[in-house]
Structures are given as C-alpha cells and as structure tokens.
Write a protein that binds this ligand. Structure first.
Ligand code: X8Z
Ligand code: ZN
Length: 606
C-alpha cells in the first residue's frame, strides 16, 4: 500500500494579515493571506508527518514481544499529527478562506480542501475518540505483524505459507497452511469491531456519513457512485471470470485427484485469499522462478530500478537502499516485521522507503515493481510545483496503477528475452500467457470490487453486527469469487476478513486496487498501440522514454489536478473496463472451447 497522506492530526495557527495597502485588490489580499496560512500550515504539517512516519516505520519494522515503548512513541507522534491537522483553528481558517473560494486560485482551493480532508480523520471535536483510535490502530498493527503463524506447532513465515499454497499438491498440507494463515484473524476480531466504531465516530464528527464514505470522498464521489462503479466493473468482466472459475474447478480437481467441486474450496487456491490464481499456470516458457532464484533478491530490486530508469527516470536516492527494509529478517531474529509490502514517502520529499520481504520468485518480482511504482510516483511529484499537502496521487487508484502496470509490462516476452530471463529458443503459447495474466488481473476484480468493497461497506456504512462478520465474509466470497471454506462452515469464532492486512491498517480503500486494474489496462493499451506501436500482448516498454513521459504526465501533477480531467487529457476517455476486456478478448473463445460440456456453477450475471 501507499503510505502517504494516511491521515495520521495540531497546533494552531493564525494567518497573518500583512497587507493593507489600498491599491491591492480584495482577491490579491485574500490570496496572500491564504498563502501565508498555507505556508505556515505546511511547515508544521510536514514536520509532524515526518515524525509520525518515522515512529510508524519503527513500529512496523521492529516488533518485539512485550515492547511498549515503540508503540507509545508511535501513538504520541500520531497524536501530535492528529492534534495539528484536526485542530479547530485549522479547520476554521480553511473554512473561512473557502467561503470566498471564487477569489482564490485553484491550487489554493485544492490545498484548503486537503486541509479539511486531513482534519476529517482527526477532528479536535472528537479528540478523545481520535486518541482511542490511534491507540487501537497501533495495537492492531502490533498484533497483526507480531503474530506467530504456526503449522503443526512450528513457527512459519507468511512467505513459507504462500510457498506451500503456490506449490503443494498435498491437500492435507495445503489445508494446514491455509488454516494457519487464518488464525491471526480470530485474534484481530475484537480490535476490528472497536476500530470500526472509532473510525466511524472520528469522521462523523466533521459530517461524513461514516468511514467508508470518508475514504470514498477523496475521489470526489458519493458512496453510491463508488459502489456502482465497482459493481459495473464486475459485471463487465463477469462472463470472463465465470469461464475462468469453471476452468479452475476442473483443472484443480484433476490436479488434486478429486471430484469436481461446485465451488472452489479456499485451500485449493494458490493464494491465502484466493485473490490471484496465476501460479496455477506453470507452462514452460512462462515460468521464470528458476531464473530469478539464480539471480537473487538484490538483483530483482536493482533490475526493477533499472527498468524505471530505462524509461528516463532518475536513480533512487542512496537512502532508499540504506533505510528501507527490503528482505526477510534473518533466521532466528528476536523481533518481527510487517510482512506485507508497502512504500513510504516519509518526509514528503526525498526520504523514500519500502518495506518488503523480497525472495527471488515471480510473486516478489511483481511486488518489487509495484512498490517501485509508488516510489517513482513520490519522486515525480516531489517538485516545487506540487505543494507538499498535495503530494498524493491524482487519486489513490492512480498510485496503485503505475507499479502494477510496469509489473504487467515486465512479464511480457520481448522484455524477458532481452533480460535473459527466458531462454532465446523458448516456445511459448500466447493463450497460456494470456490465461496466466487473466488469473491475476481478472480474478482480482470480484475480490477487490466485490468481496473487500462490499464487506467494508457493510462494516462501516451498515454497521455490520460483530456476530455476522464471518458469515457476511463467506457469503460475499461465494457470491463474487465462487469460493467456499474448506469445511462446511467457518463460525464466528474466526474472523477471516481480519486476516487480510488492509482490513486492519488500510481500511475502506481496497477498491483502489480494482480501479487501478481497470485504469492500468487503459494506460497499457494506449502505450502499446499509440506510443510503442506494438501488439499489447507482446510489448516492450524497456528503454522507451516516450512511455516514461506519458506516465510522468499522469504522475507529476500529484493531487493538483482533478483525476477525471487528467484522464481525459491524457487518454481522451473516462475510466472504463473496455480496455481490459479488449486485452483479454482472445482468451474467451479458448476458455469456451475448454469448458464445453462442463457445468458452470456461477450464475450468468452477478
Ligand atoms: O497491497 C498490495 C501491494 C501494496 S500497495 C503489495 N496489493 C494488494 C494486495 O496485496 O492485496 C497489490 C495488489 C493487491
Ligand atoms: Zn501499492
């Protein structure tokens, strides 16, 4: 995830009115006053943001059982940031200037809106709730990432669990790994219920309907519009997903030598949440795990940087390498770290870091490129033309799209051949390649736009009862993903939703990934067809400065622009699933033939 402008709160400020000359127009005077307010606000904001990011970084990279000092520091820094951004003085000042927004510049209005949005997460009127929320969030992070996953009493890392789910054909072993991965959810259930209430109450104090609505509002959309957009995207890709689901049931039944199940048992799939299924395709010419293994983890990161540099971007600052936490902890370490990948814009300038546990395999290759996408995005808008408080994506989905786009490009054959990651004489089957891609990029859609989005909407906007958390979760998994629990029922003693990182620490934003997926195919089709003039299924971005410039035009303005306008300007179209459908269109005919005579268990429409 992208750890920027995550609204961590307030000193108060008085805007100074230093201009009284009569020849200055009202508008000039107001603009000057607004600028002084924003300058003073920004300086304090950035200082407190950095302090809070540093403390959060420590909390996420050095988790020691029984240590309370690190979390105390993180809470204090979070409270200082919350107190500043949520202060009544800042809210009043921003509101006062916005009353005369016609007299202000667009950039000033955007910054004042950002001041109010930042206040929304931590309003001083709800100071006690905000304090409790910060504490509860810190506790949840510690529990989530300090959790000791165990299979048959033996501690295992999440990388090891993922390895079993990707590789093992032993259903007993798979079940043990899947069940082990869910234990953490039960532990986090109470915390999630508490956080739901605290998150809702914090934002309601400033007039948002609930926390889901607060997060959606950053897109300039209503809750209903966001739900509609997500449901429409699922409807658009549903016929293809339904074929993939049918294909997967038959394929996996054969692999495990089992009868074909009506729905997919969760432990059959190569991912803890069934969100991406591409490891199911192991065709020669598509598998470069062995090549990556030989190159090693450091090489993957350097090669990732090299890819971005080939597009015309600069070197990463030395501190990226010295301050990031890029690899798994050494065996026997007496502390733990956050096991989910993220990118951090620590000071909203040059202190750029990533938190990962890179191992040399395809999954991490993609994740490295994804995280570097965030890092290069941070660099793109850390310029004089983008005010510090607008250093975010045009929207959050844009931020998620860039790195995943480069991940997609980096898996196409011409690039892999150029890098020597595939042997020169490799035979590859285009349909198998497309199938492998669809098992990630199509399969994630009903998960992200459906299961995650509807669950968090139910949680925050509909106040889902705590004794229905797991029931709701599995109802949505079945409806959208066609996935069922390994055994008859997963009762309310579990909380499988809370086994997903974002449910705990990146709340009510997961549709970002679904929208990113839709957008990135729009970007990709444009790049392949109009810039590279290559087949979108066999393209090579490497070395294309023009592609770099195109992506820079999306990234460099940060949040100083309206995302819908930016999309129109750069692509001449609005957000639409047309591109992703066009890309995967050739696969549909193949799947239909493969699935002929097979029973489809998902309905024709969702
Ligand atoms: O969380 C991530 C990134 C960090 S921003 C690794 N992703 C989602 C996930 O893992 O659930 C990337 C795709 C979906
Ligand atoms: Zn991300």
């Amino acid at each position: 995830m992208n750890k920027t402008l995550i609204l961590l709160p307030a000193l108060w400020l008085v805007a100074c009115n230093n201009s009284t000359q009569p020849e200055v127009s009202i508008s000039d005077k107001l603009q000057t006053e607004t600028d002084s307010f924003l300058t003073a606000y920004t300086a304090e904001f950035q200082k407190l943001y950095y302090a809070s990011a540093l403390a959060e970084w420590e909390l996420n990279t050095h988790i020691v059982e029984g240590d309370t000092l690190t979390s105390k520091k993180a809470e204090e820094a979070g409270e200082a940031f919350a107190a500043f951004t949520g202060s009544e003085a800042n809210i009043k000042a921003a509101q006062k200037y916005l009353e005369q927004k016609e007299e202000l510049t667009d950039l000033q209005v955007r910054q004042l809106d950002a001041v109010l949005y930042a206040a929304g997460a931590n309003p001083q009127v709800a100071a006690d709730i905000v304090k409790q929320k910060i504490k509860a969030e810190t506790e949840q992070t510690k529990k989530l990432f300090g959790f000791d996953f165990k299979i048959n009493g033996q501690s295992v890392s999440t990388n090891e669990i993922d390895g079993i789910l990707e590789e093992s054909t032993d259903l007993k072993e798979r079940l043990a790994a899947w069940e082990a991965s869910k234990e953490v959810g039960a532990e986090l259930k109470g915390g999630l219920e508490n956080l739901r209430d605290l998150r809702n109450k914090s934002v309601q104090a400033l007039g948002y309907e609930d926390y889901f609505n607060f997060q959606v509002s950053e897109y300039g959309m209503s809750t209903q519009e966001m739900l509609d957009l997500n449901h429409q995207s699922i409807a658009d890709i549903w016929p293809l997903f339904r074929e993939l689901h049918t294909w997967a049931r038959y394929e996996l039944a054969e692999k495990y030598d089992q009868p074909v199940p009506e729905y997919l048992p969760a432990h059959w799939l190569p991912n803890r949440w069934g969100q991406e299924w591409s490891p199911m395709v192991k065709a020669d010419g598509l598998n470069f795990d062995a090549a990556l293994e030989a190159k090693g983890s450091e090489w993957i990161i350097k090669e990732g940087e090299d890819f971005y540099r080939s597009l015309g971007y600069g070197k990463l600052p030395e501190t990226f390498y010295t301050k990031s936490s890029l690899y798994p902890l050494p065996e026997g370490a007496d502390y733990k770290k956050n096991n989910h990948a993220s990118a951090w814009h620590m000071d909203l300038e040059n202190d750029l870091r990533s938190l990962m546990s890179v191992e040399p395999n395809t999954r991490w290759w993609n994740t490295v490129l994804h995280e570097l996408g965030h890092i290069y995005y941070y660099q793109a808008y850390s310029t004089d033309t983008v005010p510090v408080i607008l250093r975010g994506g045009a929207n959050r989905a844009y931020h998620e799209a860039i790195g995943t786009l480069i991940g997609l490009a980096s898996m196409q054959k011409p690039f892999l051949l150029q890098k020597g990651l595939l042997p020169k004489d490799v035979e590859s089957d285009e349909i198998q390649t497309l199938l492998k891609e669809a098992l990630d990029y199509i399969v994630i859609m009903p998960w992200a736009s459906g299961v995650m989005t509807d669950f968090e909407h139910a949680l925050y906007s509909e106040n889902l009862s705590v004794d229905q958390f797991n029931q709701k979760w599995w109802e949505l998994k079945k409806k959208y993903q066609g996935i069922i629990p390994p055994a008859e029922k997963r009762g309310e003693e579990y909380c499988d939703a809370a086994s997903k990182t974002h449910i705990n620490n990146d709340a009510a934003q997961y549709y970002d990934y679904a929208l990113a997926n839709v957008l990135l195919f729009q970007f990709h089709m444009h790049i392949a067809k109009n810039i590279l003039k290559q087949d979108p299924h066999n393209s090579n971005y490497y070395g294309s400065k023009e592609t770099g410039q195109f992506l820079l035009a999306l990234m460099a303005p940060g949040a100083t622009v309206d995302w819908k306008e930016n999309l129109q300007e750069n692509l001449g179209e609005g957000i639409s699933a047309k591109a992703i459908l066009e890309y995967f269109n050739p696969l549909m005919a193949w799947l239909k033939t493969e699935n002929e005579g097979r029973e489809h268990t998902l309905p024709e429409t969702v």
